[in-house]
Design a protein around this ligand. Structure first.
Ligand SMILES: [Cu+2]
Length: 174
């Protein structure tokens, strides 16, 4: 019975699929003008907001980066890797709860962002791990972060270096 329901849902989704792009475009407020012929790769489909890298505690050489990636194109994009001049080894990690412990593990096989979706890297969840950092990270400076995808081009963004320690009185609004 479950299988039948799944098949029906799949069939409905297949029928709706040609229209899902315009629906998601309306949701995100994006316009699809000029992208209607798209079989070619759309390198402009991905936009990144709120990219930052945390400073490290003294003596550490590993830190984490966070950002949000929105796919406003009409095809799924897969994020395959990240590059930074700060680090020769970057990995995508996710956090998992197991036996009451918070663990993290590398995400294998790339990160898929469906058309219209936003992928959020955030503390306690998906994050970019940067290893072997050999230089001090200065709060407030920006550092480039390059994201490589399968068919949506490469995307370079500026990541702000933010203090690991939140300022208790620092003008943050909730
Ligand atoms: Cu990690």
């Amino acid at each position: 019975m479950k299988k039948i329901v799944a098949l029906i849902l799949a069939a409905q989704f297949a029928l709706l699929a040609p229209y899902s792009y315009s629906q998601s475009a309306i949701h995100s407020g994006a316009h699809s003008v000029g992208h209607a012929h798209g079989s070619a790769p759309e390198s402009g489909a991905l936009t990144v907001t709120d990219a930052y890298i945390r400073t490290m505690p003294p003596g550490r050489t590993v830190t984490a980066g966070f950002l949000s990636i929105t796919n406003s194109g009409n095809q799924a994009c897969q994020i395959l890797s990240a590059e930074s001049p700060l680090s020769d080894r970057l990995e995508f990690h996710e956090h998992l709860h197991s036996d009451g412990m918070m663990r993290m593990r590398p995400v294998s096989g790339g990160l898929l962002i469906e058309a219209g979706d936003t992928l959020v890297f955030q503390p306690g969840g998906l994050h970019i791990m940067l290893f072997n950092i050999q230089q001090p990270l200065v709060t407030g400076e920006n550092t480039p972060l390059l994201l490589n995808t399968d068919q949506c081009g490469s995307l370079q963004v500026n990541a702000e270096i933010r203090s690991l320690v939140a300022k208790p009185m620092g003008g943050m609004h909730h």
